[in-house]
Write a protein that binds this ligand. Structure first.
Ligand code: UT7
Length: 337
């Protein structure tokens, strides 16, 4: 036997279009402070968040994903039939199986595209972009839709002081496809499972349901976070990962036009920018002030806003860096579509 036929894909991959869907309910700090004995001033000072977006009941994971994807497809000049793989990054699709991506692929009208979810929390979108670039270059897919989507309001304990003011809902999508020139740089990614417990679902579903020996809690297993250690980890470690992503792409901060970090906390964004010595003309995404932290959706939402407002232009060089529960992280340089 002479071996199996191998496939080869495009020479290069790039993001061809970006779309977004912001959940419709605007929730200012004033609406949540009483339950957590906090204040608008404290939340703004510590996190930079003024208000966040929460989804209404009809704004499901599927609905928000489809809306964001339609816009991304339009921006790429493609239709759903061109998509042969759908990757959904989320931690708040509450149906354990099947994958949200299968419903999204169907609702969009793809021709039975491959569809699966990935769980890398706030780092999910950057994981998806890395995988999509490799799928396109490896020949498994021609056009991949990468979606970051969350309804974190479903799994947030609005009486938990450490997290109630942070989380939010929304969806962002990007179409990744073949390109004449490199549009997605090498990913720098990893995890630190020693800190597995810092951001997590409070309890296992089996503890919620219970057993004959031990009654269940019957309470939604909310997402909880030990904010300060995560804050310190992100502020000190992630700038190094970001610089490594620039190195791997063969550029420096001086070549950068746009910086789109995960929208976790305005102070982390500022600390990273300082530590990386970003030149003052680099545009920095600060979507968190009005959107809150929408985990896997935060980077595509922030990038979409910069494109929409004309702050990021087609052909600009942007650095994406995502980090969160796990602790998992991923960073790459991309060309703005
Ligand atoms: O998206 C995934 C990744 N997530 C992140 O990257 C989030 C990272 N963490 C953070 O953003 C920050 O840790 C928070 C914004 C969550 C909290 O800010 P912090 O500066 O780390 O505050 P802290 O937890 O150290 O608390 C400082 C003080 C404490 O009081 P004392 O001990 O100094 O008297 C807390 O009891 O603030 C108090 N505090 C609050 N006060 C008013 C804690 N939570 C609140 C609150 N309102 N909600």
């Amino acid at each position: 036997m002479s071996g199996l036929t191998q496939q080869r894909g495009a020479e290069h991959a790039a993001i061809l279009g970006v779309g977004a869907y912001r959940a419709s309910r605007v929730v200012p700090n004033a609406d949540i402070v009483e339950a957590i004995d906090s204040s608008d001033e404290w939340i703004q000072q510590r996190s930079g968040i003024k208000e966040r977006r929460f989804a209404e009941p009809h704004e499901t994971i599927t609905m928000m994903s489809v809306e964001a994807s339609r816009e991304a497809l339009d921006a790429a000049g493609l239709t759903a039939k061109d998509i042969d793989c759908v990757i959904v990054a989320t931690v708040s699709h509450l149906l354990q199986t099947p994958a949200a991506a299968t419903a999204v692929a169907y609702e969009l009208g793809t021709d039975r595209a491959a569809a699966f979810d990935i769980s890398a929390a706030c780092a999910g979108f950057s994981h998806g972009i890395a995988m999509a670039a490799d799928l396109v270059r490896g020949g498994s897919s021609r056009h991949v839709l990468v979606i970051g989507v969350e309804r974190l309001s479903d799994i947030t304990d609005m009486r938990d002081r450490g997290s109630a003011f942070i989380f939010a809902d929304g969806a962002g999508a990007a179409v990744v496809g073949p390109s004449d020139v490199p549009g997605i740089g090498p990913v720098v990614w990893g995890s630190d499972g020693e800190q597995f417990d810092l951001i997590r679902q409070r309890e296992d579903w089996r503890d919620v349901v219970g057993s004959p020996e031990k009654p269940g809690s019957g309470v939604m297993p909310h997402l909880v976070m030990q904010g300060n250690p995560v804050f310190r980890w992100a502020s000190f470690t992630m700038a190094k990962v970001a610089i490594e992503a620039l190195d791997r792409a063969g550029i420096t901060v001086d070549d950068l036009d746009v910086f789109v970090p995960h929208q976790a906390n305005m102070r982390i964004i500022d600390a990273m920018a300082r530590s990386m010595k970003l030149p003052p003309d680099v545009v920095i995404a600060r979507d968190i002030a009005e959107q809150g932290n929408s985990s896997a959706a935060s980077i595509p939402l922030a990038l979409h806003r910069l494109i929409d407002e004309g702050q990021a232009k087609s052909g600009d060089t942007a650095l994406l860096i995502a980090f969160g529960a796990g602790l998992a992280y991923a960073a790459q340089v991309v060309t703005v579509p």
